[in-house]
Design a protein around this ligand. Structure first.
Ligand code: SF4
Length: 404
């Protein structure tokens, strides 16, 4: 069996990219996600449920020779979340181990807060051993936690509930959790509360959006509905829990729902007291753009509105121009909030990302702070050899190429 890699802390990323240049020239950090931890190279969300047992039985890879066959058949492409930005994802999902090297990184960086799962999913039961070790270190060193995830169960009960939603009623995620002796949700919540009391805070955030864009995760039973249910349970145990709703903020709530988003279920969960925050969609491909916005990438950035129903003069938003605008190389960012979303923003809902000329940050709900400032004040990141997270990056893998 190959030697396991250590869980280490990676610096940079979004925390480095989202800073603000003040009028007096000082640059201050905005994003709290400067320190990051992953427990594997590739993301287990990509694995279709029928192949999960094979991958786990083979220590995080497909059985010898199978990858080429699956790749030729297109199987390995189909599981990946369509809007995943982790393009350097190699797909080796073997768990890393928390050891002396991990501890050394905690001592070296002494982070105030750390993000769990930057490029991969850390909530999956397959990584429970690593997660448990990370939580212990966070408690010992008083480190706050930002935990965005799609697959963190409310303990063993939550893992068993995946079978209700998994393709064919497959209960492999529950069996993986049992093998790793995952405790009850109540015990996990107690652990998170303990860390919260010793640190800057803990924020548990379930990413929600469209089931149809997350075929691997959904096939394993980690559907959007499952996530909402787990989030409510943690919230009821006193954990600072949110749903992060990826959505087309230039369209109405009704249109988002009609196009397959779980938006209404997510917003309704606020009646249970759950916090909901917005992550404006940046459509990464034609397929996602058409499905989520009803228009092509070219269409959403053209000034002539091809879908008058979307931009209704009675709603007072005609004349704002294109729904999306280009940024950087290939990225599209929304140009404005549809009145449905503007109302939510006016009511204080948290937002992460760029909309129009503004940059929004809600500190991942670690605090009640909500920040809005001109996006033009974000200084360019000088990605050179001295940039720590770039320095360590070895090779850029093609999109979808994984599990060799
Ligand atoms: S809300 Fe703020 S802290 Fe959280 S990821 Fe976005 S920019 Fe970073």
């Amino acid at each position: 069996m190959a030697k396991k890699r250590s869980v280490t802390i990676q610096t940079g990323g979004k925390g480095e990219a989202v800073r603000r240049r003040l009028p007096d020239g000082r640059i201050i950090p905005i994003c709290e996600c400067f320190y990051n931890i992953d427990a594997s190279d590739g993301c287990i969300s990509q694995v279709p449920v029928e192949l999960l047992k094979e991958v786990v039985d083979n220590d995080g890879k497909y059985a010898e020779g199978n990858f080429r066959r699956y790749k030729a058949e297109g199987v390995t492409r189909r599981g990946r979340c369509y809007y995943c930005y982790a393009y350097a994802n190699t797909g080796n999902v073997r768990p890393r181990v928390v050891n002396g090297r991990t501890r050394q990184d905690f001592e070296k960086y002494t982070p105030k807060v750390i993000r769990l799962g930057k490029l991969t999913e850390l909530g999956h039961p397959y990584y429970y051993d690593a997660l448990s070790g990370i939580l212990d270190l966070c408690e010992e060193f008083g480190v706050g936690i930002i935990f965005p995830n799609k697959m963190f169960p409310f303990g063993i009960q939550g893992a068993r509930e995946t079978a209700r939603y998994a393709r064919g009623g497959n209960d492999i995620a529950a069996r993986i959790a049992e093998e790793r002796e995952m405790p009850s949700g109540e015990k996990l919540a107690e652990k998170l509360r303990g860390i919260h009391n010793r640190s800057y805070g803990v924020t548990l955030m379930y990413s929600t959006g469209w089931d149809c864009f997350e075929p691997g995760a959904v096939s394993q039973g980690f559907t959007n509905q499952w996530r909402i249910e787990q989030a409510i349970k943690y919230f009821k145990e006193g954990i600072n829990t949110s749903l992060t709703l990826v959505c087309d903020v230039t369209g109405s709530i009704d249109l988002n729902e009609q196009r397959g988003s779980c938006i209404k279920s997510a917003l309704n969960a606020r009646e249970e007291g759950l916090n909901v925050r917005l992550l404006p969609l940046r459509p990464p491909s034609r397929e996602v753009c058409v499905k989520a916005t009803g228009d092509t990438r070219e269409g959403v950035r053209c000034n002539e509105d091809p879908f008058p129903l979307l931009i209704d003069s009675e709603e007072g938003i005609t004349g704002r121009g294109a729904r999306y605008k280009p940024r950087g190389n290939q990225e599209l960012v929304p140009n404005f909030f549809h009145p449905d979303f503007q109302k939510l923003v006016d009511e204080g809902i948290g937002v992460c990302g760029t909309v129009g000329k503004e940059e929004y940050c809600d500190k991942c709900n670690l605090t009640e702070i909500r920040i809005v400032f001109p996006a033009s004040q974000i200084p360019a990141v000088n990605y050179n050899k001295k940039t720590p997270w770039r320095k360590k990056k070895k090779k850029r893998f093609p999109l979808f190429d994984f599990l060799e």
